[in-house]
Structures are given as structure tokens and as C-alpha cells.
Design a protein around this ligand. Structure first.
Ligand SMILES: *Cc1c(COP(=O)(O)O)cnc(C)c1O
Length: 364
């Protein structure tokens, strides 16, 4: 607290990201990064850009990121997406922040699940947006019928985080058809690990905005690139906010790196497959240890043990150099969110867990 702070700052409760430890050799399964490196083409493109020393870092990047938008549109050409229907930002967190300011700030409260990406209420506080949470059902699934109530906008993650649960495209289409008066934002950060994107619906529903990131399925969390696809009217709103905030959110290296990543479909397919296979193996191994494992279409799983306390398990794992995510939040405090690692990392986790569960832990 300080008398120099604005009243807004006094009211903020910022998002707390998962730990990025400075220690080497940890098995890091806490922030849903991809365990595989990005496409070698990304590194090559960034090196090429840097080799062009006359221009590389001296000149500002393209404020409109036109080449990147065209590359993203090309990927969804069969859905009839053009570059003018694409918005890019410094990570999808920035895209989401602008979305809250530009499209989700109306008179009525917006709706999102009670258990979802915990950045959403943080943006609401920053922009002074009223919201109502809609509870997941007993199976921790989103029920879209519950969103058919007056609202100033709807946002949910699909697959949801931190549960991993997936909604089908027909269910989403039903909601969009029934509710055309407010903007529906779908955060598809994890869609490439097992879901079907709603981007093909964009040209039929002018109120739909789909948000993606290169952080998870393209292994580029460190480069900070996210994007949104939607009707031109929605995109223009995002551009207005962005151009009132920062004209150059993506630097030259991020622009060329992102374009190179999107061009390497083989690497994408290979690594995405490997993560999915690893997820199914880990699921089996944890079921064998007695965990309940929620169905996941993401690069993480959400698990609880009927007899052992989640927080205690996470502390004991940490002592063995393995970090997973535990949220001290209502309804989910007995769950752990575990990012899918390489086969070796997952085996290390399973070995540590079977040792921990063999010890006498206090019951929940
Ligand atoms: C990881 C994540 C993001 C943010 O990704 P960045 O592009 O790295 O900012 C957004 N939404 C959800 C649900 C996520 O899990």
C-alpha cells in the first residue's frame, strides 16, 4: 500500500503465474509448457533475422504484423478466413486483455465458469467489469445451457483449464445460434491437443471470437505470440485498443519466429502426437496408482487421490525436484494439475508418486 498508488492499483489482485525456478534439472510440470523444443525452422528464421544486422533490431517491426496475419489466415483458408479477420498480440494473455477491454465491457455482467483460467477475473478487476461465474457440473464439465441467461458477454476456455474438459463443436454452435446478441469468446489455448477448433464457425457467427496461442502446441511460450480470429468488426475493436496501448506488441524476432513455426506442419504434428500419446500413458499410470483422472483434451491432466492430500503430495514432489501445480481454490483444492512431459519426465513423476503414496501420508 502506498499513497502514491492510484485507487485502481489498491484494488488489484494480480494473477500469479506458476513458478519458473532458477534451479536446473527439475522436472517442471507446472505451467503447461511443451516438453519438446520448437521447430528448428524457428531458430533458423530468428538467426537469419539477426544476421541482417543493418535492419534487425534498429528498425521498428511491422506494427500491423501483416505477414504473420496472412500466415495465420492461410492456415484456416478452408474456413474462408482472411488476414483482416486476424488479430495478433504479445502472447494470448495480451490478446485476452484487449478482448476484455474492447468486447466484454458492457453494462450487464459477463459470464465465465467458476473453475477456469484464473486470469479472467483479474482482467475484470483491471477494467472494472462486472462478472458472474457459472458453476461447472459435478463432473467438472461446462454446461453451455447454463449460459443462456442475460449477459454482457461470455468467455470460456475449450478445452477448459485447469480441468482439461472438452466441449463439442455442435454444443458450441447451439449456444452461438441461441445467443447472437453478445460476444462469445472461446480461449482455445489447448485445442491442438485433442479438440476441434471453432474457427470454421467464425464466418457464420459474427459474435464469435476464437483466441489461440503459440505457447503450448508450438512450443513457443518464451516468444510471446497469440492471436484471435473473428469477424472484421470484432477485430477492428481489438485493433483500436491495441493502437491505444502499444503499436508494436510483436518484435521482429517474434514475427519471423511465429511465421516459421506455422510453416512447419510436420514438426507440429509430430510433437502434438507425442504429447497426446504421453498423456494417455500417464493417465493409465496414475489410474493404476489409484488417482481419479478427469478426461483431458489438453497437454495437462487434472487428478486427485481419494486418500491423500493434494497439497501434501505437491510439497513432497517438490522435495524430489518435481513441480506440479496446486490451486488453493474452492472445489479444486484436492486436485493437482500436471503438465504432460516427455516420456522420461512422466516416468520420473510416476516413480516419485508411487514412493510418496507408499509412505504413510495423512488422509485428506
Ligand atoms: C497458457 C494459457 C493462455 C496464455 O498463453 P500465452 O499465449 O502464453 O499468454 C491463455 N489461456 C489459457 C487458458 C492458457 O492456459
Amino acid at each position: 500500500m502506498s499513497r502514491y498508488w492510484s485507487p485502481l492499483v489498491h484494488r488489484l489482485t494480480p494473477y500469479v503465474p506458476g513458478e519458473q525456478p532458477k534451479l536446473p534439472r527439475l522436472i517442471k510440470l507446472n505451467t503447461n509448457e511443451n516438453p519438446f523444443p520448437p521447430s528448428p525452422r524457428v531458430v533458423a528464421a530468428i538467426s537469419d533475422e539477426l544476421a541482417n544486422s543493418a535492419e534487425a533490431l534498429r528498425l521498428y517491426p511491422d506494427p500491423n504484423a501483416d505477414r504473420l496475419k496472412e500466415a495465420i489466415a492461410a492456415r484456416y483458408a478452408t474456413a474462408g478466413i482472411s488476414g483482416r479477420q486476424v488479430f495478433v498480440g504479445n502472447g494470448s494473455d495480451e490478446v485476452l486483455a484487449h478482448t476484455f477491454a474492447a468486447l466484454l465491457n458492457h453494462l450487464s455482467p459477463i459470464l465465465f465458469p467458476d473453475i477456469t483460467y484464473s486470469f479472467y477475473p483479474v482482467y475484470c478487476a483491471l477494467y472494472d467489469i462486472d462478472y458472474r461465474t457459472v458453476p461447472l457440473n459435478e463432473q467438472f464439465e461446462i454446461c453451455l445451457d447454463d449460459y443462456r441467461q442475460p449477459n454482457g458477454g461470455i468467455i470460456f476456455a475449450n478445452p477448459n483449464a485447469p480441468t482439461g474438459g472438452l466441449l463439442s463443436l455442435p454444443a458450441i454452435e447451439n449456444l452461438l445460434a441461441a445467443w447472437q446478441d453478445s460476444v462469445v469468446v472461446i480461449d482455445e489455448a489447448y485445442i491442438d491437443f485433442g479438440g476441434e477448433s471453432a474457427i470454421p464457425l467464425v464466418n457464420r457467427f459474427p459474435n464469435l471470437l476464437v483466441v489461440h496461442t503459440l505457447s503450448k502446441s508450438r512450443s513457443l511460450a518464451g516468444l510471446r505470440v497469440g492471436y484471435a480470429v473473428g469477424n472484421e468488426e470484432l477485430i477492428e475493436a481489438l485493433e483500436r485498443v491495441k493502437n491505444s496501448f502499444n503499436s508494436y506488441p510483436l518484435d521482429r524476432l517474434a514475427l519471423v519466429g511465429a511465421i516459421a513455426a506455422l510453416a512447419d506442419e510436420r514438426h507440429f504434428e509430430k510433437t502434438r502426437r507425442a504429447v497426446i500419446d504421453s498423456r494417455e500413458q500417464l493417465r493409465q499410470d496414475l489410474l493404476a496408482l489409484g488417482f481419479e483422472v478427469l478426461p483431458s483434451a489438453a497437454n495437462f491432466i487434472f487428478v486427485r487421490h481419494p486418500r491423500h492430500d493434494a497439497c501434501e503430495i505437491s510439497v513432497l514432489l517438490r522435495q524430489q525436484g518435481i513441480i506440479v501445480r496446486h490451486f488453493k481454490l474452492p472445489r479444486i483444492e484436492q486436485f493437482l494439475r500436471i503438465t504432460i512431459g516427455t516420456t522420461a519426465e512422466c516416468q520420473g513423476l510416476v516413480a516419485a508418486l508411487s514412493e510418496i503414496l507408499g509412505q504413510s501420508l495423512s488422509p485428506q
